[in-house]
Design a protein around this ligand. Structure first.
Ligand SMILES: *[C@@H]1O[C@H](CO)[C@@H](O)[C@H](O)[C@H]1NC(C)=O
Ligand SMILES: *[C@@H]1O[C@H](CO)[C@@H](O)[C@H](O)[C@H]1NC(C)=O
Ligand SMILES: *[C@@H]1O[C@H](CO)[C@@H](O)[C@H](O)[C@H]1NC(C)=O
Ligand SMILES: *[C@@H]1O[C@H](CO)[C@@H](O)[C@H](O)[C@H]1NC(C)=O
Length: 248
């Protein structure tokens, strides 16, 4: 009897409505937008196995199923899809036979969270730091920064733009009112997710006289060092005492 050798069938439900079912070919990547929902369903293709329990794994870890969701057709709902679900693999098989598995990998698509505007007030000679989210799937190739509508002039403004793949950071040390004040905009463009941008209205104000910080810091360092020395010398005494005890 060859019909008992059954690959479990995986088919896909989107928003709990079946939009696609592929009885013989296995779906291996399911695409879902961030914060959207997706349901995965699994069932043995031989009705004779409808009374056998199914097992679901997420990245190799067992998913807890309700009693009524274990036999026949079993569904797992991912709602809402989060960043961490991207690349997660869901596996389903009959508890009685784990050599026959069906699996899908989630492809969670998302674009940078960029919108609205922010007011930034900064004093002359301080450092300016502006940050824009650049997390995206598919990956974003670059982030465009403009000041008053034209590309930020890195050299003239002493700007640096860095990114760690999650955030794009525009920085300038020692800002000057004439050079650094204005409206900044970061723009992320991708063929699949369109254009997303965020504004920063940066106002550079006159420098105010501040309580001198340096002497305070130096003072604190001295106090700290003194305290440290006190502890060290005490500790020496303590170890000596212990050593004496040990010597006895
Ligand atoms: C488990 O499934 C595989 C693949 O379909 C099959 O070759 C094997 O005989 C099955 N084992 C049992 C114990 O049913
Ligand atoms: C995920 O989906 C996006 C958008 O369709 C696509 O560009 C990307 O290649 C997919 N990634 C994987 C790993 O399938
Ligand atoms: C705007 O972006 C922030 C993150 O910068 C995000 O928390 C918020 O949900 C976004 N709002 C909209 C309407 O997209
Ligand atoms: C940008 O525009 C604002 C308002 O028009 C202006 O005050 C500022 O000086 C401009 N900034 C630069 C760097 O040109």
């Amino acid at each position: 009897k060859t019909t008992t050798m059954n690959p479990a069938i995986l088919f896909l439900l989107l928003f709990c409505v079946i939009i696609e079912s592929q009885p013989s070919s296995s779906v291996d990547v399911v695409q879902v937008g961030l914060r959207q929902s997706v349901s995965l369903a699994c069932r043995p293709d031989d009705v004779a196995q409808n009374e056998e329990e199914l097992v679901w794994l997420r990245n190799g870890e067992k998913i807890k199923l309700m009693e009524e969701n274990k036999k026949g057709e079993s569904k797992v709902c991912i709602s809402p899809a989060i960043y961490d679900d991207n690349g997660a693999t869901f596996t389903c098989y009959l508890q009685s036979n784990s050599s026959d598995v069906a699996f899908v990998t989630l492809n969670v698509t998302y674009h940078p969270e960029l919108n609205g505007s922010e007011e930034v007030t900064i004093e002359e000679e301080e450092s300016l730091v502006l940050q824009c989210d650049m997390r995206a799937n598919p990956l974003l190739s670059s982030m465009l920064w403009t000041l008053n509508g034209s590309m930020v002039d890195l050299l003239a403004g002493g700007f640096t733009v860095t990114s760690d793949g999650f955030t794009s950071v525009l920085q300038a040390r020692r800002v000057e009112k004439s050079v650094h004040g204005g409206t900044y905009k970061c723009t992320a463009t991708s063929p699949s997710a369109g254009v997303h941008s965020k504004l920063f209205h940066v106002i550079v104000t006159e420098k105010t006289i501040k309580f001198p910080l340096m002497p305070t810091i130096a003072g604190l360092v001295v106090v700290f060092l003194t305290a440290l020395l006190a502890v060290v010398s005490r500790w020496k005494k303590i170890t000596k005492v212990i050593n004496k005890k040990n010597a006895k």
